[in-house]
Design a protein around this ligand. Structure first.
Ligand SMILES: Cc1cc2nc3c(=O)[nH]c(=O)nc-3n(C[C@H](O)[C@H](O)[C@H](O)COP(=O)(O)OP(=O)(O)OC[C@H]3O[C@@H](n4cnc5c(N)ncnc54)[C@H](O)[C@@H]3O)c2cc1C
Length: 524
């Protein structure tokens, strides 16, 4: 059962786990799914909520990375394209084949990118999701009718995958729990347990809802805390040098859908300072991004810089006939890439490798860091294989290449799902039946959006949502779509959660206040 009470009970009744995972983002949840489906006893602890960190703040692409191809990183691109194909099969409900246009304002550009994208198609082999082609200026304009036509020579059409990151994280958590992993959000790892020889043999966790501290014994402990990895490495008494995590901030702006007319996404391969810029339809809005700004200290709510906002607005304005302004921005969200640079490396973050790294510290902690959402499955397989080898766990093969993720639907089955509830996948039918049982459940939490009160109850009962933020930021994506509307919906959500979770009036008031404070960072 995917409820916090049940998961806590399971935790307390298990004397020793094979693998404890710290962190409930793409990496940690992927590891929990991989290890639990191989039959290992697994517990995962997330200090906040699933995908609270970087994993809810991505560009929402399941991609090989056209940019990495240009850098000649064929291995990374090939692996990611294979993973893209696997995710489409295993989490079809959240995966969308998205058409992209690279507009070309110099005649030779379309041939240059056309050749590159043909290679991209070839690298995806059997798992291709659509052929790229060079198109004329007329055809390019017909794809995005408000594209800047001046000097347009045509472009290249290609396909990549698109998804909902926080919903996939939730579905991974549910999948792991279905394989009997213990999965807990709002539970922070605060210390390591050591045996007499100084080797880690478990963790101490704090249940952040009750303040209770628990000691959890485990043969292996894996640190999957992304940009926060160094804090856990310190708890594990790391002495050795060799891992330098360089957080690199990327921001996105969310705009109304009329800023990009049609269903094709825009890809700008080289902005004024050599980055890639995307404008992509997502949940009936347009997500535009991103940036690559090295920052010193990681935080849970990274703040967008004024120059990052200006950079995106200025660059998007070059390509779109209706120029977005600050007043048009519905939400600005920021995420931190956990890039790993070799110690002493001074490269620009654009150049640091996007691949993942696994290290073992002196006290036995395994840390995995780097990589991409797209490659979470392969990264998880690697680190569990490493754990098997290093800690003599039974040699069981990974099962995740064909393991269906909670909610999975085939292309045909997707057509029968209520279009407003598409992101619930195979849960949509049950949710719809539940909402139909009471007129009040159909009521919207905000007059401009179709998110219903029934969905909030569902999130509390079936999706381990514990706070207003869990619901509005990650179960429904309203905070990321329209921060002002999310602030306006906070009272409604808090009232429902208070009754569902049996909380006091002061809890409700605290929730509303802290959500409004947090959401103000998402407003310009
Ligand atoms: C701007 C941007 C755009 C991106 N776009 C894409 C994209 O389009 N496609 C793609 O494939 N990839 C993309 N990525 C990369 C991808 O999002 C990341 O690689 C991935 O989300 C990292 O996941 P993670 O699990 O390693 O880290 P996180 O998601 O940050 O997870 C770490 C978790 O650890 C938890 N934690 C920390 N300390 C503790 C503790 N003491 N106890 C318990 N839990 C703890 C945190 O709360 C957090 O939830 C993008 C990244 C950024 C920044």
């Amino acid at each position: 059962m995917f409820t916090r009470d049940f998961q806590l009970k399971q935790l307390k009744s298990t004397s020793e786990f094979d693998i404890v995972v710290i962190g409930g983002g793409a990496s940690g949840l992927g590891i929990a799914v991989d290890a639990a489906s191989r039959g290992f006893k697994v517990a995962l602890f997330e200090s906040h909520d699933f995908a609270k960190g970087t994993s809810s703040r991505s560009t929402k692409l399941v991609h090989g990375g056209v940019r990495y191809l240009a850098q000649g990183n064929i291995k990374l691109v090939t692996e990611a394209l294979r993973e893209r194909g696997l995710l489409e099969k295993n989490a079809g409900h959240l995966f969308k084949r998205q058409q992209f246009l690279i507009p070309s304002y110099q005649w030779w550009h379309k041939y240059y990118y056309g050749i590159g994208l043909t290679i991209y198609d070839l690298l995806s082999k059997r798992l291709s999701i659509g052929r790229s082609k060079v198109v004329s200026a007329k055809s390019a304009s017909s794809k995005i009718s408000n594209l800047n036509h001046q000097g347009l020579h045509g472009g290249v059409i290609y396909f990549d995958g698109q998804f909902d990151d926080a919903r996939l994280a939730l579905n991974l958590a549910q999948t792991a729990a279905e394989s009997e992993a213990v999965i807990l959000n709002h539970c922070k790892v605060v210390n390591m347990l050591l045996n007499e020889a100084g080797f880690i043999n478990g963790v101490e966790v704090e249940d952040r809802e009750t303040g209770e501290h628990l000691k959890v014994a485990s043969r292996v402990v894996i640190n999957a805390t992304g940009v926060f990895s160094n804090k856990i490495l310190k708890l594990a008494g790391r002495k050795k040098k060799g891992l330098k995590i360089v957080p690199s901030q990327g921001i996105h702006l969310v705009l109304d859908k009329h800023f990009l007319q049609g269903s094709t996404a825009l890809m700008v391969p080289k902005t004024s300072d050599g980055r890639v810029l995307f404008a992509i339809p997502w949940h009936n809005k347009i997500v535009v991004g991103t940036t690559d700004t090295p920052i010193k200290k990681p935080s849970y709510e990274p703040k967008p810089l004024e120059e990052e906002i200006d950079f995106i607005l200025d660059n998007a304005s070059e390509y779109l006939t209706k120029k977005p302004t600050r007043e048009d921005v519905l939400c600005v969200f920021s995420g931190l890439r956990p890039l790993v640079a070799p110690e002493g490396d001074k490269s620009n973050t654009k150049e640091i490798s996007r691949g993942h790294k696994i290290i073992q510290s002196e006290s036995g902690l395994l840390t995995i860091v780097g990589g991409k959402w797209t490659t979470y499955r392969e990264m998880s397989e690697d680190v569990v294989n490493e754990a098997i080898n290093l800690y003599s766990l039974p040699k069981v093969e990974a099962k995740t290449k064909t393991l269906e993720i909670h909610g999975n639907l085939s292309e045909d089955a997707k057509a029968n799902v209520n279009s407003e509830l598409w992101y619930y996948g195979s849960d949509a039918a049950d949710l719809e039946t539940f909402i139909a049982t009471d007129k009040a459940y159909k009521e919207a939490i905000h007059p401009d959006y179709n998110f219903s009160k029934g969905q909030v109850i569902w999130a509390a009962r079936h999706e381990m949502a514990r706070t207003v933020e869990d619901v509005l930021a990650r179960r429904m994506r309203l905070l990321f779509l329209d921060a002002k509307a999310a602030i306006q919906a906070a009272d409604n959500v808090a009232t429902i959660l208070q009754s569902e979770l049996g909380r006091t009036d002061s809890w409700k008031q605290d929730q509303i206040k802290s959500f409004k404070d947090l959401a103000s960072v998402y407003l310009i």
